[in-house]
Design a protein around this ligand. Structure first.
Ligand code: PEP
Length: 255
């Protein structure tokens, strides 16, 4: 299966100068790489999306967003619809990220609405799931993950499911520099694949990429992605350093 290396730039790149420096540095690093089996995706803040899409048009890099609203248009002050993102060059939309769940009360049901409309608008949703440290300690990981998948993917038909991307991000590993062991990631990958094959057919479930996210760095990419058989990574902080992000992409692409 094709691999996905997705960068979540979060709420960074505060000035035009900073953004332009990032883009120039990313483009120059990109020239040194040739990916044979991977898609490299950057999800900048919404204000930068159109610019990123323009700069990377025709290159190996695709662009997405960190969030969308679950309506197509109308009186929803401050929101951006997936159709707008698509029309301005975006291809992916993250849904259910743990920071959205934590700070904005995004539930599995809200993520489900966003995933449905993202698919309808021609975007590929990147659905983030994962347990907290407390849930892991109480041995609730499988239960939490199962519920997140079942509720988050409710009503998504077979015909659309192969455009989904799942990102397993244990919350205790996001932004912390703590990473799970390979076997811990692998156990959850197997569980996710099992749930997907119960929701859809096993053949279809095999085609849905399952990524790992949480403190990925070049030095941990093999441990959290390659060794446990994941289909790529969702990278936060390291995606702000083009050289490091592309190093991760190269390790995964060549694996
Ligand atoms: C993320 O926010 O999705 C993430 C994985 O962040 P970090 O890599 O910084 O832990």
């Amino acid at each position: 299966m094709e691999k996905y290396i997705i960068g979540n730039l979060k709420m960074n790149l505060l000035t035009q100068a900073e953004r332009n420096h990032y883009l120039a540095s990313f483009s120059s690093e990109l020239k040194k790489s040739k990916f044979s089996n991977s898609r490299v995706v950057l999800c900048p803040p919404m204000v930068h999306m159109e610019k990123f899409a323009g700069v990377f048009r025709g290159s190996e890099v695709q662009v997405g967003v960190q969030n969308v609203y679950f309506e197509e248009r109308g009186s929803f002050t401050g929101e951006v619809s997936p159709l707008m993102v698509k029309n301005f060059g975006g291809e992916y939309a993250i849904a259910g990220h743990s920071e959205r769940r934590r700070y904005f009360g995004e539930t599995n049901e809200v993520a489900n609405e966003k995933i449905k409309i993202a698919l309808k608008s021609g975007l590929r949703p990147v659905y983030c799931i994962g347990e907290t440290e407390d849930e892991r300690r109480k041995d609730l990981t499988f239960e939490v993950i199962s519920r997140q998948i079942e509720e988050g993917l409710l009503g998504i038909a077979n015909t659309q499911a192969d455009r989904l991307i799942i990102a397993y991000e244990p919350i205790w590993a996001v932004g912390t520099d703590v990473v799970p062991e390979s076997n811990e990631v692998m156990e959850v990958r197997i569980l996710i694949r099992k749930i997907l094959s119960e929701l859809y057919s096993p053949e279809l479930a095999e085609r849905i990429p399952i990524l790992y996210g949480g403190s990925v760095k070049a030095k941990s990419a093999a441990q959290v992605c390659v060794d446990p058989g994941m289909d790529g990574v969702l990278v936060g902080r390291e995606s702000l350093i083009p050289m490091e992000f592309l190093k991760i992409a190269n390790i995964i692409d060549k694996s």
